[in-house]
Design a binder for this molecule. Sequence first.
Ligand code: ADP
Ligand code: X2W
Length: 259
Amino acid sequence: MKQLKIIKIGGGIIDDAVSLAHFLQLFARVEGPRILVHGGGKGASEMLRALGLAPKLVNGRRITDAPTLDVVTMFYAGKTNKAIVAGLQQNHVNALGLSGADGNVIRAVKRPVREIDYGFVGDVKPAGVNAKLLGALLELGLTPVICAITHDGQGQLLNTNADTVAATVAVAMSQQFAVELHYCFEKNGVLLDVNDDNSVIDNINLASYAELKEAGIIADGMIPKLDNSFDALGQGVHKVIIGHALKINDSLKTVLCLN
Ligand SMILES: Nc1ncnc2c1ncn2[C@@H]1O[C@H](COP(=O)(O)OP(=O)(O)O)[C@@H](O)[C@H]1O
Ligand SMILES: CC(=O)N[C@@H](CCC(=O)OP(=O)(O)O)C(=O)O
């Protein structure tokens, strides 16, 4: 089976122009077919504040009312996605920027209202990913660059967590490829001490994840990231790696496995 790398970068790297430029240079050197998925949550919150809209996040998910959806669509699918595509073109990567609506790449379902009304937030499943189109684009030598905006097929755009987009695309592509999913951020990996970048945990399995979470060593945004990762491994993704965006070719990183 052919290899495919799905690499996700978050807001911490995207918002820093120097870091982003460096990351894109490194990404351009990654061999073989690859897909880039990006977030940008930090910058979106700044833009919302600048426009007089208060950002609201619950359990790491943004409450997305209609004005917020307009801003995040402009920010993720517009400014951020196009800046990344232009940066990759500069590095001789023929990148193609996509929201979930483009080519029906990711169809989502608006999150049902339970205790919390998340507004225009989309939940995604592997069956909603147009894996055939992504495979065909890779075959053409293009590098898809996917943002966190999805659609419901009824004309409604939706906002979806970028880690979840990456994991769902990874699972969907596992039918065609041996997929490695890389979560890249601004730390060296999952750390024993979140303030010590030298404390990388080399390997985490489901049992040690439960213990690390219980001990409070893994917290905040790392919990949904690891939940997404273990879900992806359980659904056919070969390998999940968590590491520093500016060290994607180094050995310093956390490798996740089920057992
Ligand atoms: N054990 C841990 N190791 C590394 N980061 C951790 C850990 N526990 C919590 N975190 C936090 O998780 C954050 C990463 O999640 P998140 O902010 O959602 O990243 P991104 O926006 O890149 O997707 C880190 O910046 C860190 O503050
Ligand atoms: C529904 C939801 O929470 N969407 C996210 C999408 C962006 C994202 O996930 O960005 P990072 O990867 O940089 O955190 C948000 O608007 O913050």
